[in-house]
Design a protein around this ligand. Sequence first.
Ligand SMILES: Cc1ncc(COP(=O)(O)O)c(C=O)c1O
Length: 367
Amino acid sequence: MSVPFCSLKYAHDQIKYEAEKAMEGVYRRGQFILGTELEAFEHELATYGGTQYCIGVANGLDALYLSLHLLGIGPGDEVIVPAHTYIASWLAITRTGAKVVPVDANSGNMLMDTSLVTAAITGNTKAIMPVHLYGAACDMSQLTAIAKENNLYIVEDNAQAHGATWKEKKTGSFGDCNATSFYPTKNLGALGDGGAITTDSKALAESAFSLRNYGSTDRFTNPVVGINSRLDELQAAVLRVKLKYLDEWNELRRVIAQSYLKQLKGVGDIILPTASYASVYHLFVIRTQYREELRSFLFQKGIGTTVHYPIPPHLQGAYDSMSFKKGVFPVSEKLAESVLSLPMWPGLEEEQVNWVVKQIKKFFEGK
Ligand SMILES: Cc1ncc(COP(=O)(O)O)c(C=O)c1O
């Protein structure tokens, strides 16, 4: 049996008719940029996520960068970010000219260790960027309290957690400005690049609408320097269709996660992700000291796995100039050596999950 790490086939087969109809509508109308599909999608995503405004942009990195820029963050400022994240979270901060201030991960939930945040605050800190990694929400009660106490902004990186909640409130609705990505494999994925900013502030939303479109207020008036970062009509049309299925697909992910959690308990040296109904399991990430061996064993059995992420941002060449030493973020570095993402997508069948589990158990029999 072959089990790919990720497949969009089930979801795309399910919505084929609706998605094609939506795309055909855009094709027929002939308005491809900044049209009615985008406007409707922005309204629908804001309603779904519980924010006043949503601004569609070209990708998640732009959404993060613009969110920080909108809050006035730039050179001389510092932003606190998890050491264990995808590098895009860091790159957005760097692009504003501000300094990245990483905090190590919590070895329990693999998210930003909230107990380390206060110590990372300096006179130059302007914001905290929680990343809801793998589909699990950061402790937003603690982080909002810390931000309030220290007069800091929060910019959530919600790229991996569409539909996740913290105390029944959706992630992506806590911060002053929040960012998400619609990269095709995300829980809510486009058929290409896409991203969005969410906020409750009318003033920030108006600035975002302008900044994403060359800093223009109307077609030929540009009071500020903006960029070109727009979510196009075809993507918005498909995302509108997919948004209707997001909760159903997240539920399927949860069922798969429950099965892995139940069946992999106590197997070998595996550390399972913290069980949480509020997680939307963008990824199902286990930890084992035998990661590479297990990965190639599963590969030989036709099972795809991935590592999110093998090299932490602070040890990437991109951040050489900050001279981080190996060992400064021990938990994140240990995670980079031991995390393994198992197959996870809506439509992954019970039989396939059982097969993956069976092979993992077989691998550990010899250990
Ligand atoms: C946590 C996180 N932040 C930011 C991004 C950047 O999103 P994009 O690829 O749309 O630029 C991604 C996804 O790739 C991500 O996983």
